[in-house]
Design a protein around this ligand. Structure first.
Ligand SMILES: [Zn+2]
Length: 302
């Protein structure tokens, strides 16, 4: 596998996750480990992203795809080491590199993403990031099945639900809910390994409300697999929800106080290291100035 290039703008610009790309490890996949009965997680470098595998009686479903088509192919091959059930579908929790750039390896399957993902993958930021990884942007594939709100996948004796509760980390964050395992995959709406990242494509003023929806799906015993780090409980998500609200509230206060956009980061008080929050300033100021398109689709109600 090609080493990810650190040359050029892709390593400096942070449209993918808001996360600096310096000093990243080489691409690799860890082994799979079980986090519940028939639910497995592996970790893909260079971004230490959690990838999920849910196995039912007749089929298996992957959650997220790794950073390149080549990593996606390695991921696909690795499934045979866990189960002899056929892989029947793939969900991408959002459009960022480490979650969605491996989609080309699954072109023949039922690939599912939020309806905003295709446009994002065709956009200039994704092309820049792909080039930085040595990937031809033409190899980025949109999900074959776009959803606005929710769908489910039958794996044989096991139903998996895929739902968009709202925006936050991106406009197109999906959850993958495994009701019989009391477990959900929450993508980068929650991060356990360090703090979450607000990128320029984040939706700061909606993140906390979306986490309210996540909390509403959890009990004391439910575990949530974040995009990065170890599974967390409801208390952890409560804490993340409060911090997300604090970020949005502080940006609203700063803008309302007349603090210029370029000074907001330095002027604010933040619940996370400032570099994690820096990407929130532009979209928050744009939203507060009425310069943002709606992040929700117009449903065909007419
Ligand atoms: Zn992300």
């Amino acid at each position: 596998m090609d080493e990810p290039s650190t040359a050029g703008g892709a390593a400096e610009a942070t449209p993918g996750r808001g996360r600096p790309a310096a000093a990243v490890p080489s691409p690799s996949l860890s082994g799979w480990r079980a986090v519940a009965d028939g639910v497995h997680v592996c970790v893909a470098e260079p971004d230490a992203v959690n990838l999920g595998l849910v196995v039912g009686a007749t089929g298996a479903l992957l959650v997220d795809t790794g950073s390149t088509p080549e990593q996606g192919r390695a991921l696909r091959a690795s499934v045979a080491g866990v189960t002899d059930r056929p892989l029947v579908g793939v969900v991408v929790t959002h459009a960022h590199t480490d979650h969605a750039f491996g989609l080309a390896a699954f072109d023949d399957l039922d690939t599912i993403g939020h309806e905003s993902v295709a446009e994002r993958l065709r956009g200039p930021e994704s092309a820049l990031l792909a080039a930085g990884l040595g990937v031809d942007p033409a190899e980025l594939r949109p999900p074959r099945r776009a959803l606005a709100v929710a769908t489910s996948v039958d794996l044989g004796g096991r139903r998996v639900e895929v739902v968009h509760l709202g925006a936050g980390h991106t406009a197109g964050d999906l959850l993958v809910v495994v009701p019989d395992a009391d477990l959900l995959f929450v993508g980068d709406l929650v991060e356990q390994a360090g703090a979450p990242w607000w990128g320029p494509d984040s939706v700061p003023d909606e993140w906390a409300a979306t986490l309210d929806g996540v909390i509403g799906l959890m009990t004391e015993s439910t575990r949530a697999v974040p995009g990065h780090g170890e599974p967390v409980d409801r208390e952890f998500v409560f804490d993340a929800r409060g911090r997300a609200a604090a970020v949005s509230g502080e940006l609203t206060r700063l803008a309302g106080s007349g603090v210029p956009e370029g000074e907001a980061l330095a002027a604010g008080t933040w619940p996370y290291p400032p570099e994690h929050v820096a990407g929130a300033v532009a979209p928050a100021y744009a939203a507060l100035a009425g310069r943002r398109r709606g992040t929700r689709p117009n449903l065909p109600m007419a």
